[in-house]
Design a protein around this ligand. Structure first.
Ligand code: DGJ
Length: 639
């Protein structure tokens, strides 16, 4: 904290505390919630008398969920103009247990790969200064004891309920003590806290597991399902959708979309999603972001007509937006160049031929929101994919004054949250899917607004194994946008069987992203049974407990995971053999999450096993020929 004298320092001493039932909301920010029976909040009030600064540290304890939600509020009770240069949301000091540091790292089309390294002396961190939680790093940090696996070991984990810049840092110091912290990144951040003003820092979630990553994942999954996601779709099957992005890219019109819809309907698919390219003069990614008026040359008959036709075919309709962006080649930019984030006097860097709108400006937030809302008010649209295809740089706002420029990153995120809050309030029945060039903003903050997020632009079934493994380390399977796409895969050129693509997508939201009018007949014929498979298993996948059994990322041969019903009455296990090993007679897999005493029948066979046999003795996967081949095993208990 920097005061008017120019020196930096802060001495906050504990003044009082109180404990209350329930948990207050965080103004303008996503945050966990719970009833008075589910959560209790300790507020520690600290004061720096010199600065006349009050700091309230809140700890909300969700005892049944093994989770503590921590946030910090700063209140300037004096008249001095204070400047916050660093404010973190959580800090834990511990003794070293020979910790290893676990994070999620990646890139576009390679999101959230698990990364593990020995914690050594000094500070080690991951962070984002890209304006979003990012493809590259993730606002998550765990310190684990060396023996930690999915089933064993101690895990101390933190996850951030925030979608902008962050820092997650661990330090092993000279006393062999360890500190781990998580919060908004201090890079290019400075918040003016004038007399009488408050600053609310985002929420951090803290959990501990003494049964390895598996228990940690299940704690986060349950917590997000019970205390973060508000959507009415949370506990519902999502309609099986077909998205036209990988089918047509920008090259489509009303007739093409209706052809896809008719064929999709025959196969049992329930919703058509029109992706990028329906507005302005957008026939490639060079133009029109900001001009959210329907391109009548492509969407002949207009949007309402298209939506009605799709509904007449018997499907719901969804639409794509990228509301936070502005193309230099757009009417909006010609009218309001000052609405783009840029440094005055310099040409801003274009990425995917676009700039980012200055969401610190309430007028811009209103405009961008109204563009989306106007379209949604004009036709019965059931679903929105909210995309964001570039990261922030050249930070400068023509709305903010000189001393407030370093507030832009955080104000941008607040503007985004405000837009999404308005959207879910005005259209409570809308199914919202967030997206950012694939999974660039897959974080707990966005889950507060949308029950699902597009996991990655990489739809290759093999690549998805690691992406979905990393994502499921923290987030419920029901939140992971996953589609069956065409082969050779557009990203990798890899060919996998249609069956395997279906099995991998089943462990997410499940849908299709291909031109159903053009795919091979034998693939198209498989769709009705895949849709049936989704309807049969989605309740279990969406609501059950997730157990990771083997990781292709680690063994380079096969992947195996399982979802067990909460009452252990059934379990669905997926095995994907990525590489065939010749002259190999079978692979023994030990299941998890079953009732030891129950007798489980393997669906489609006469075979039964006790839970104990399956978990301790193991289940033999018979030899399969071929690469990227998969099997589903459904075990049903005879209770
Ligand atoms: C990035 C998304 O991840 C894709 O699915 C697609 O919607 C494109 N943007 C469209 O521009």
């Amino acid at each position: 904290m920097r005061g008017e004298a120019g020196s930096r320092g802060c001495e906050i001493l504990c003044d009082s505390y109180h404990i209350r039932k329930g948990k207050p909301k965080l103004k303008g920010l996503p945050a966990s919630f719970g009833t008075e029976e589910e959560v209790e909040t300790l507020e520690v009030v600290c004061v720096d008398r010199e600065l006349r600064l009050k700091v309230i540290l809140s700890y909300s304890v969700f005892e049944k969920s093994d989770m503590i939600a921590r946030n910090v509020r700063l209140i300037n009770e004096g008249e001095e103009h204070l400047r916050i240069e660093k404010v973190l949301s959580a800090c834990i000091d511990m003794d070293d247990e020979e910790f290893e540091m676990v994070t999620l790292a990646g890139g576009w089309a390679r999101e959230r790969r698990l990364q593990r390294r020995r914690l050594t002396y000094g500070k080690q961190m991951v962070s984002s200064s890209r304006g979003e939680s990012s493809h590259q790093e993730h606002p998550f940090l765990a310190l684990v004891t060396p023996e930690t696996t999915y089933q064993t070991g101690c895990v101390y984990a933190m996850n951030f309920v925030y979608s902008g810049n962050f820092v997650a840092e661990a330090e092993l110091n000279q006393h062999d003590a360890v500190r781990m912290v998580l919060g908004i990144s201090g890079e290019d951040f400075c918040w003016n806290l004038r007399g009488g003003e408050e600053f609310q820092a985002p929420e951090a979630l803290l959990t501990f597991s003494d049964e390895g990553f598996g228990k940690m994942s299940r704690s986060f999954h349950d917590f997000y399902r019970n205390h973060m996601i508000r959507s009415p779709y949370l506990h519902k099957k999502r309609p099986v959708l077909i998205n036209n992005w990988e089918a047509t890219y920008f090259d489509f019109d009303t007739e093409k979309l209706l052809d896809i819809a008719r064929e999709a309907k025959k196969a049992g698919i329930e919703m058509l999603v029109m992706d990028d390219g329906w507005f302005g003069k957008r026939n490639n990614d060079d133009s029109s972001l900001g001009d959210w008026n329907v391109n009548k040359e492509k969407i002949t008959g207009g949007l309402k007509y298209l939506v009605e036709q799709v509904r007449e075919i018997g499907m719901e309709f969804g639409i794509w937006f990228e509301p936070e962006m502005i193309s230099p080649d757009s009417n909006l930019y010609r009218e309001h160049p000052e609405w783009a984030i840029h440094i005055p006097g310099r040409k801003a860097t274009e990425s995917r031929a676009q700039y980012v709108l200055d969401l610190s400006n309430p007028e811009v937030v209103d405009y961008a929101y109204e563009c989306v809302a106007k379209i949604l008010r004009s036709a019965p649209i059931s679903y929105v994919k909210w995309d964001m295809n570039r990261q922030l740089c050249d930070l400068g706002s023509s709305y903010l004054d000189r001393v407030s420029q370093q507030e832009l990153f955080h104000r941008y995120v607040l503007g985004l949250y405000e837009m999404q809050e308005r959207l879910v309030n005005e259209f409570p029945e809308l199914l919202l899917e967030n997206c950012s060039s694939g999974g660039g903003r897959f974080d707990a903050g966005m889950l507060y607004y949308s029950p699902q997020i597009w996991c990655s632009d990489d739809t290759d079934a093999v690549e998805r194994l690691s992406i979905q493994e990393g994502t499921a380390l923290l987030y419920p399977l029901s939140t992971m946008g996953a589609h069956v796409s065409d082969c050779p895969n557009h990203m990798t050129g890899r060919i996998t069987s249609f069956e395997t693509r279906g099995h991998v997508a089943l462990f997410g939201t499940f849908g299709y992203e291909l031109d159903i009018t053009k795919i091979p007949e034998q693939d198209r014929k498989m769709i009705p049974s895949q849709v049936e498979m989704y309807h049969k298993y989605n309740d279990l996948v969406r609501e059950g407990d997730y157990y990771r059994i083997a990781s292709y990322r680690e063994n380079h041969k096969y992947d195996c995971f399982l979802v067990a019903a909460k009452d252990k009455s059934e379990a669905l296990m997926t095995f994907v053999q990525v590489q065939c090993i010749p002259n190999f007679h079978g692979k023994k897999i030990r299941l998890q999450g079953l009732d030891e005493k129950a007798l489980y029948r393997l669906e489609g066979t006469e075979e039964s096993f006790t839970g104990e046999m399956l978990m301790k003795g193991g289940f033999v996967i018979d030899f399969m020929q071929g690469d990227a081949v998969s099997r589903l095993y459904h075990f049903v208990a005879n209770f």
